[in-house]
Design a protein around this ligand. Structure first.
Ligand code: FAD
Length: 473
């Protein structure tokens, strides 16, 4: 076996050792995180700089090769998997581009290579006594470029927004190798169209993000965490409204899990202590601010006491140490792994306005039960910002054909509820390959046509991640 001859020029640019063309070396990049889709690529190419990315893109254009950008490969919808529509292709993996370029505590910003792991960026910010707030279960392996390309949300979006709100500047290499330098640290800029927003959430279909200027924030000096239980979604939402009124901007996270989701986690991770294993709803609340006098803890306690008195929740436990708070978060962060182990997960990333959330939960669960009575309905998510993940967990042994048919029926039913309540089918995970048909059904044709037009302008040959978000061609 020898590498495909179309890779010769690319090998000269990045070095032969950074063109992984043998099956065993490529394999980890060919299958998505859920293990559902496996594709093919001539090679996984690992450039070390923006200049190398630019030259690789130009050479790939000459050879007629498509490009599938890949970060940490932790995405939920096979957006980084090189599937049939992308052939012939290379996977462009930015893991060697992992430099923190600079940090400015005065400017509250930092510039990074797109291949930096999210956790590495959080650490670098912390060393400068600043906070980079994006936080999610995959933060030890996902990359900033992937976070930008998916417009990631995570557990701090309630307070700090999604990735779109955290990016000041971008560096992007286009399909033909041109470098688009938008690496500004400016907070205000009215000089025409703001191009960065086209690339944020574009899932590798418009260009390769190679660098970014990110917003930083002051490090909170106090942080308090509580785990509460509630009998109803109305109670959960009442607690959220009260938390907003009493804690204002210090409300940092407000996450919810239903009883089935807690049971799924308990089965997979029995070592995690569950404060309320039988509660219909569990809520993880975190507040953080600059106070150093203990007043934050007192405010959280007062909030919980009032919520208890008003009958919004049933019980609550406050973390007494950082380790205790981490144990609460370990439950929340165990969701994805545990659900994957529980069966075939038909997952939804719906967002509806908060005032529709109670109806959404009831109607989505009823809709799933109507088409798939055997499904376990596990619900978790960032309820504070309206984003719930409703999972229908089907028996693993039902077989691929049943899984696919049921998944389509279940998602159509949930999406109908989402649409009726004025929501969107993806809040943070994106569309990728897995949800192309669902997107086409959920949004007006005119919008898809406009998106396709934008893609054609930036990528006229359709070589950037073909088949993702909408059908290739
Ligand atoms: C345990 C777990 C928990 C998670 N929790 C959350 C959560 O709370 N919130 C959330 O939003 N997501 C969550 N995710 C999903 C996932 O981590 C995010 O979507 C993340 O942003 C993907 O980053 P990545 O580097 O792994 O990207 P990949 O999976 O490698 O790629 C995702 C998309 O980005 C594109 N891409 C990657 N790098 C680049 C680049 N440099 N330039 C252009 N395009 C690029 C790819 O082509 C693909 O379209 C979770 C995943 C796991 C496994």
């Amino acid at each position: 076996m020898s590498p495909d001859p179309r890779l010769t020029g690319i090998s000269t640019i990045v070095g032969a050792g950074n063109v992984l063309w043998r099956d065993a070396d490529k394999a980890p990049s060919l299958t998505d995180w859920r293990g559902r889709y496996t594709g093919e690529a001539l090679a996984v190419v690992r450039p070390a700089s923006t200049d190398e990315v630019s030259r690789v893109m130009a050479e790939a254009a000459r050879q007629g090769l498509n490009i599938v950008p890949q970060g940490g490969n932790t995405g939920m919808c096979a957006a980084a998997t090189p599937l049939a529509a992308a052939q012939p292709c290379i996977v462009l993996k930015l893991d060697r581009m992992n430099r923190i370029r600079w940090v400015s505590p005065l400017g509250d910003c930092m510039a990074v290579d797109a291949g930096c792991i999210l956790h590495q960026v959080q650490q670098a910010a912390s060393e400068a006594n600043r906070l980079f707030p994006l936080s999610l279960g995959a933060e030890g392996s996902c990359q900033i470029g992937g976070n930008i390309a998916t417009n990631a949300g995570g557990t701090a979006a309630l307070r700090y927004g999604t990735m779109r709100d955290l990016v000041l500047g971008l560096e992007v290499v286009l399909a033909d190798g041109r470098v688009l330098d938008l690496m500004t640290a400016l907070r205000k800029n009215s000089t025409g169209y703001d191009m960065r927003h086209m690339f944020i959430g574009s899932e590798g279909t418009l260009g390769v993000v190679t660098g970014a200027v990110l917003k930083l924030f002051p490090q909170p000096r106090d942080r308090r965490t509580a785990f509460a239980s509630a009998a109803t979604m109305a109670g959960v939402l009442g607690l959220l409204a009260l938390a907003r009124e009493t804690c204002g901007d210090s409300l940092g996270a407000f996450e919810v899990l239903n009883r089935e989701q807690i049971a799924v986690i308990a089965a997979h991770r029995p070592e995690l202590r569950q404060p309320f294993p039988d509660a219909p709803w569990c809520v993880l609340v975190e507040v953080a601010d600059m106070s150093v006098d203990g007043s934050l803890g007192a405010r959280l306690e007062a909030l919980l006491a009032e919520a208890l008195e008003r009958g919004l929740m049933e019980d609550a436990t406050l973390a007494v140490s950082e380790a205790h708070a981490k144990a609460f978060w370990a439950i929340r962060h165990a969701v994805s792994e545990s659900s994957r182990a529980a069966g075939y997960v038909v997952s939804h990333d719906s967002v509806v306005p908060l005032f529709q959330q109670e109806r959404f939960v009831q109607e989505a669960e009823a809709a799933i039960r109507a088409v798939s009575p055997e499904a376990r309905v596990a619900i978790h998510g960032h309820i504070g910002d309206g984003n719930l993940h409703v999972l229908a967990i089907l028996p693993q042994d039902a077989g691929a054909e049943v899984h696919q048919r049921k998944a389509a029926e279940v998602s159509a039913a949930v999406d109908a509820v989402t649409a009726r309540l004025g929501g969107a089918i993806s809040a943070e995970h994106g569309i990728g390959h897995a949800h192309v048909a669902r997107l086409a059904a959920a949004v007006p044709k005119e919008r898809i046509a406009l998106m396709a037009g934008m893609k054609h302008m930036l990528d006229p040959e359709g070589r950037m991640n073909p088949g993702k978000i909408f059908r290739a061609g």
